[in-house]
Ligand binder design. Structure first.
Ligand SMILES: *Cc1c(COP(=O)(O)O)cnc(C)c1O
Length: 417
């Protein structure tokens, strides 16, 4: 079936947003838009209207929509073998693990289906390491304020934002929060927690806080974090779910900070839109034995074959250099807008193709207001908190598409100011 036929089918039998809400739980405040098709950096709604997609499934559709390499991998693997469970070996899982290990600081991989699950696996691994290697009975994991690590009970607890925890108590014990990018606070917290006996098992951080406002980590801070971990035998867990897989212009976010974690997690961009998560570690903390952790779907041949196609495409199409160039173009354009609207824009920041534009306290509108106007202008964007507009286009985005998004933001700012 051609894409044109698909559009026709869905416009002749529209499923209204009101009917949708009669059946689906309202866990999301959705924009009134039903998307039916995508190609490259573009998506179409059920009215046939085209949009430039600078959300990419929230930093997930690495190769955009309907990329030939993904279509080929999906089609071939669906015709070969989709799922067999982890009772047996499967080749795509081994090949994907090998690629990830060869292209990172890690030695081993565990596969699951989402970012939250990958972080759960990291939390369990760090706890087992604390119990079995360091004899810590009540291990504590330190995380940062304004972090985001997922929506399961352990990961909302790890997430240093009370709004995600409200009404879900009792939370999981064993977490402690520090301000992000504040080395002194971290030192003092560790000293306090470890005062009578060592308790701090791990420090879990994003190299750049995505959800929390597109805030890059400081180089000096992460050097100190690494040093503290080395001195005390604490594990450094990096959450690479949003910033990993090339989005930062390097394959992994930690490469921007000149340090290596002991454990890191990946999900969002890893499968290019197919659900998959991974937790990777160095051999010294590879302490899981059979029965310690598992996932029915995790690492199935289908998800792994597609993720492997995403990995190979990033490599073969030299996407990291492309992400760096397009990211610089985007930040230069946003910086120009900051000069044009100095009263409205506080800061432009980010790495590669994860950029944030923070509105000033003076602006009497929110990032979501810009998103709404941008939709009218035919560009999809997503906020990261109240006052930060986030840009996370597919890594294959073109120079012309970046320019078009900048024009839409310019028009939105003009209209709202
Ligand atoms: C999105 C995100 C998660 C959660 O991933 P899910 O796949 O939604 O469970 C975890 N950490 C970070 C940094 C994220 O951006």
């Amino acid at each position: 079936m051609s894409p044109e036929t698909l559009v026709k089918l869905s416009t002749t039998a529209p499923f209204s947003t009101a009917e949708f809400d009669e059946y689906v739980m309202t866990t999301y405040a959705r924009f009134p838009l039903t998307l039916v098709r995508g190609s490259g950096s573009h998506v179409w709604d059920d009215q046939g209207r085209e949009y430039l997609d600078f959300v990419a499934g929230i930093a997930t559709c690495t190769l955009g929509h309907a990329h030939p390499a993904m279509i080929a991998a999906v089609t071939e693997q669906a015709q070969t073998l989709v799922h067999v469970s982890n009772l047996y070996y499967n080749t795509p899982q081994g090949e994907l693990a090998k690629w990830l290990v060869e292209h990172s600081c890690a030695d081993r991989a565990f596969f699951c289906n989402s970012g939250a699950e990958a972080n759960e696996a990291a939390i369990k691994l760090a706890r087992k390491y604390a119990h079995t290697v360091r004899n810590i009975t009540n291990p504590i994991i330190i995380t940062a304020n304004a972090s985001f690590h997922g929506r399961t009970l352990a990961t909302i607890t790890a997430t240093g934002q009370p709004k995600y925890q409200q009404n879900f108590s009792p939370l999981v014990p064993g977490f402690h929060y520090v301000p992000y990018n504040d080395a002194e606070a971290l030192k003092n917290t560790i000293a306090q927690l470890d005062q009578s006996e060592p308790q701090v098992a791990a420090i879990m951080l994003e190299g750049l806080q995505g959800e929390g406002g597109v805030r890059p980590g400081d180089l000096a801070y992460f050097q100190t974090v690494r040093q503290l971990c080395d001195e005390k035998g604490i594990l450094l867990i990096m959450d690479e779910v949003q910033v990993g897989m090339g989005r930062s212009g390097k394959l992994w976010g930690y490469e921007n900070l000149g340090i290596e974690p002991d454990i890191f997690t990946s999900a969002k961009g890893l499968g290019g839109g197919i659900p998959i998560g991974a937790m990777l570690c160095k051999s010294h903390c590879n302490v899981f034995n059979p029965g310690d952790h598992a996932s029915t779907f995790g690492g199935n041949p289908f998800a792994c074959a597609v993720a492997l196609a995403v990995c190979h495409t990033i490599e073969n199409e030299n996407l990291l250099a492309h992400v760096q160039a397009r990211g610089e173009q985007l930040r230069a354009g946003l910086t120009q807008l900051a000069h044009k609207f100095p009263r409205l824009i506080l800061e432009v920041r980010g790495w590669g193709l994860i950029c944030g534009l923070e509105l000033s306290a003076d602006s009497n509108f929110t990032a979501a207001d810009i998103v709404k106007v941008a939709i009218q202008e035919g560009v999809l964007l997503v906020p990261a908190g109240l006052k930060v507009l986030r840009f996370v286009p597919p890594l294959i985005v073109t120079a012309e598409e970046i320019d078009r998004a900048l024009v839409a933001v310019d028009r939105a700012l003009t209209l709202l100011s």
